[in-house]
Design a protein. Structure first.
Length: 265
C-alpha cells in the first residue's frame, strides 16, 4: 500500500493544499500494519485530532522502510507480526530513521521481548485492543519523549534493570590457581619463554602451553601481556610459591592436562 500524504490521511489542509495552521507543528504519524481494518480504524481515530496528522501507511516491512524515509515522521505505529523477526525488523526501521519514535503493536506481551524491544529503541508497546482514547494519549506522550508501557511491562523493565545492576556490581567468583599454575605464571611474569619454563620445571614445552591456556581461561585474559598486567593489578604473585629446587621428577604427567596442539601462546 503506497504511503499517503497529509491531505489523504486526515484532510486537514487549506485551499492551497498546504497544512492548515491547526496542523502546523502537529505530531506526524505513520501506521504500518498488515490488517487493513486496523489501519482504517487508526485513521478514523486520528481524523478527529487536530494535533496529530496521519501522513503515511504501509502493510509490509519494505513499504514501511520506504515510507519512513520518504515521509519524515515523529511516531511510527508498527505491528510486530509484520516480519518474522520483529526485533530485527525494528532495528532496520530505526537505522533508516534514527529520530523516529516507535510504538509496537503486539498481540501478546512477553517479558523477554518487551525488554528487547526497549533495548533496541522502542518507545511504546501496546495491544491491538487498546481503547481509542488511550491510543491517542500514547501517541502524544511518545511524541513528547515519554515511554508508554502497561504496569506489567514497567515491572519487567525494573526487574531487568535490577538483574543487570546486580550482575555488574556483584563480585565475580574467583578461579583459584593451583601452585603449579602460579609457579608458571611467576615464570611468565619474569619474562621467561615456554621452553625455558619447561626446562626449569622439568617438563615439555607443550605441557606449559596447556597450563597457560587453562590459566588464561580462569583469569579471563588472552595472552602473556594481559596475564602480566593482571598479575600486577590483582597482586597475584605476592604469595606465589617459590621455584622448587630439583623440580625434575615432580612434574605431573602430560596426560593430566589434555593436549591442545593448536595453542600458540
Amino acid at each position: 500500500m503506497a504511503a499517503e500524504s497529509a491531505n489523504g490521511a486526515n484532510g486537514h489542509a487549506n485551499g492551497n493544499g498546504q497544512p492548515s495552521p491547526a496542523t502546523e507543528g502537529a505530531v506526524r504519524l505513520i501506521v504500518a500494519d498488515s490488517q487493513a481494518i486496523f489501519r482504517v480504524g487508526v485513521r478514523k481515530v486520528f481524523a478527529m485530532e487536530d494535533d496529530v496528522r496521519l501522513i503515511g501507511q504501509a502493510d509490509t516491512l519494505d513499504e514501511t522502510l520506504m515510507t519512513v524515509v520518504k515521509f519524515p515522521a515523529d511516531v511510527l505505529l508498527i505491528e510486530s507480526r509484520l516480519v518474522p523477526n520483529p526485533a530485527e525488523g525494528l532495528s532496520l526501521v530505526l537505522k533508516a530513521a534514527p529520530d523516529l519514535k516507535v510504538i509496537v503493536i503486539t498481540e501478546s506481551l512477553e517479558e523477554s521481548m518487551t525488554v528487547d524491544y526497549l533495548r533496541r529503541g522502542v518507545k511504546g508497546i501496546i495491544t491491538p485492543s487498546i481503547a481509542p482514547e488511550l491510543l491517542v494519549r500514547c501517541v502524544k506522550k511518545v511524541a513528547q519523549g515519554e515511554t508508554w508501557l502497561d504496569n506489567q511491562g514497567v515491572n519487567w523493565v525494573i526487574e531487568a534493570y535490577r538483574t543487570q545492576t546486580a550482575a555488574l556490581f556483584s563480585p565475580k567468583p574467583k578461579n583459584r590457581l593451583t601452585e603449579k599454575e602460579l609457579l608458571i605464571v611467576a615464570c611468565v611474569a619474569q619474562g621467561m619463554k615456554n621452553k625455558d619454563i619447561a626446562r626449569e620445571i622439568g617438563t615439555t614445552e607443550q605441557v606449559i602451553k596447556n597450563y597457560l591456556r587453562r590459566v588464561y581461561d580462569k583469569l579471563g585474559v588472552s595472552d602473556r601481556l594481559e596475564l602480566a598486567l593482571y598479575c600486577v593489578h590483582h597482586r597475584l604473585l605476592e604469595s606465589s610459591p617459590k621455584m622448587p629446587a630439583g623440580s625434575e621428577g615432580q612434574e605431573q604427567k602430560a596426560e593430566e592436562i589434555p593436549d591442545v596442539s593448536t595453542i600458540t601462546h
